[in-house]
Design a protein around this ligand. Structure first.
Ligand code: PLP
Length: 456
């Protein structure tokens, strides 16, 4: 790397987090940064998940973007191929005779997903896209509020934009001006949201629903779902979450902590493929609420094909499906989930925490004096699966990285997101990526990208 032999900075020592976090206490350890590559190899040799990497096709040498689009696995490809074969061999009979029947994909995949979100199988269904699921669930729960309940929705100013677009549109359709009814918790530092500020905002505004991410897409902050849900319920407020950046890498306990509803997508850490069908959770106490976006796929399945003009919604989360399940965008999820379950979500989280800790320690030791800082909470209990590296030249560095077969992504204004996804990223990969970033900065190789970008 750099020949430097200084250990982690004081800042990292302040983090001192490895010792007071359960998951890390089991499998995590102080990382021996001075031992360099040898140490990374030792970690890989003793990694219980190491073999899962062989099940994935990785298009580039260092694939650190699995929080945006996970790679294909042999299992996902096989379950997709199986659906294609069924189409060829069974034609329309595949709807009822394939295994599992396409007709029931949403429910069967919901059963498989339920343990990952900590819910009963009938509280989870797969269907639609994440954005559509936000539309239907926000619409549903604004409608479900009592006539005297405040109808405002509480979000935060670091959210992924589509969540706000969907909520604003649902409010407008109910004659509620988003300027008055969409309330934003403001970040103090531009990176994270304080739980305390979320709770204060519940009191400061007329809030009927709080809708937060589990993990912020840019900084990677992991929210305290339990505390937020509890505080909301104490105030008669409903609590919903967008799990797009945590499903498949952080375990959840939605039913256990009584979350009202949640949405997520399947193409990030779940590795089900580009545009794969999304998922949703509705707590069973809300079964029977009218779905805001009704469609025949949410009809009671036993009588769906009687084709009545009166809508009889399914009596579980299935009611929030809308139209026909896109079979080929759902089939890979069967195989992808098989892999996730084989590895075990607790083991995945444990390795994820250890990989991100290792990355942070390496950045402190080797990149801090090159102007790179950590934009992600240092306490693993407050961190999802990716790490935000901040640098004034983040955009050009991330472009230079891509030309070195390191796939990361850039989020304006100054963040490089690095996601060491535990099913296929090695400790040595993390080591290499830090070394490559150091080289790019030392040799100012990012300078080469300026002209190109000035043109666009
Ligand atoms: C990825 C992501 C989405 C994606 O929504 P689509 O409908 O699948 O395009 C939504 N919300 C958040 C927070 C995300 O990270």
């Amino acid at each position: 790397m750099t020949g430097r032999d200084d250990g982690p900075t004081t800042e990292a020592d302040d983090g001192g987090h490895d010792h007071n976090f359960d998951t890390a206490a089991d499998g995590g350890h102080e990382h021996d940064i001075e031992a360099g590559r040898e140490y990374a190899r030792e970690c890989d040799d003793s990694d219980p998940l190491a073999d899962f990497r062989n099940r994935f096709a990785l298009p580039d040498a260092y694939y650190m973007d699995g929080n945006s689009l996970g790679p294909v696995s042999d299992a996902a490809e096989a379950s997709l191929q199986q659906a294609v074969d069924q189409w060829r061999e069974q034609g329309i009979r595949g709807w009822t005779e394939s295994d599992p029947p396409w007709f029931w994909y949403g429910e069967r995949l919901g059963d498989e997903l339920a343990p990952l979100v900590g819910a009963d199988p009938d509280e989870v269904v797969v269907g639609n896209s994440t954005t559509i699921n936000i539309h239907t669930l926000i619409g549903t729960f604004v409608d479900a509020l009592g006539p005297d309940d405040p109808q405002g929705v509480l979000v935060n100013d670091l959210d992924f934009p589509t969540d706000h677009y969907a909520i604003q549109s649902q409010l407008r359709q109910r004659g509620l001006d988003p300027d008055e009814h969409l309330h934003l918790v403001e970040s103090r530092d531009g990176r994270t949201i304080e739980t305390e500020d979320v709770i204060d905002a519940m009191d400061a505004h007329d809030v009927g629903i709080v809708f937060m991410p589990s993990v912020l897409y840019r900084s990677g902050q992991l929210f305290d779902l339990e505390t937020i849900t509890e505080a909301a319920h104490e105030r008669g407020i409903l609590a919903g979450f967008d799990l797009a950046h945590s499903i498949g890498v952080v375990p959840h306990d939605l039913s256990g902590i009584s979350v009202d509803f949640a949405v997520w997508c399947s193409y990030k850490y779940l590795n089900a493929g580009p545009g794969a069908v999304a998922g949703l959770y509705v707590n069973e106490r809300h079964f029977g609420e009218d779905p805001a976006l009704a469609g025949w796929w949410g009809h009671d399945k036993e009588t769906q094909f009687e084709l009545n003009l009166d809508f009889t919604p399914a009596d579980d989360a299935g009611a929030w499906q809308v139209g026909t399940v896109p079979v080929f965008s759902a089939a890979p999820l069967f195989g992808a989930l098989e892999l996730t379950h084989d590895a075990g979500i607790e083991a995945i989280r444990e390795k994820s925490v250890d990989l991100t800790s290792y990355l942070i320690d390496l950045v402190d030791a080797h990149l801090a004096d090159r102007g790179v800082s950590i934009g992600t909470p240092r306490d693993p209990a407050h961190r999802g699966g990716h790490v935000a590296l901040e640098h004034p030249e983040a955009r050009r560095i991330s472009e230079a990285l891509r030309d070195h077969e390191v796939i990361v992504d850039f989020r304006p204004p100054n963040v490089i997101r690095v996601a060491p996804a535990p099913l296929y990223v090695r400790y040595e990969d993390v080591y290499d990526v830090v070394e490559i970033i150091a080289d790019i900065i030392d040799e100012e190789r990012y300078e080469a990208y300026e002209a190109e970008n000035e043109v666009t």
